[in-house]
Design a protein around this ligand. Structure first.
Ligand SMILES: [Zn+2]
Length: 83
């Protein structure tokens, strides 16, 4: 019984049920981590793809920080390989 209630809460939490109230609060679902955040926006990545659409990412602040760290590492590896 308790487990049933637990799964009910879990499935409710994972569902799109929160999408509408979240939108009212100005939050959007982050496509990267799947959480509802108010900080979700389109930002420029530290990449230089020829197709400029690939140089943007839609995500929340947390994911953007992780993304920046990742590319900062990639670029420092790239430059240390050039020298
Ligand atoms: Zn995110």
């Amino acid at each position: 019984m308790l487990q049933q209630i637990y799964w009910w809460f879990v499935s409710l939490f994972m569902s799109d049920f929160w999408e509408f109230p979240a939108l009212l609060l100005g939050a959007r679902r982050c496509p990267v981590c799947g959480r509802f955040r108010r900080s979700v926006r389109r930002s420029r990545r530290s990449t230089a793809y020829c197709d400029d659409r690939l140089n943007f990412i839609v995500c929340c602040d947390d994911c953007y920080e992780r993304e920046e760290d990742y590319w900062a590492d990639m670029w420092s590896d790239y430059y240390s390989g050039c020298m």
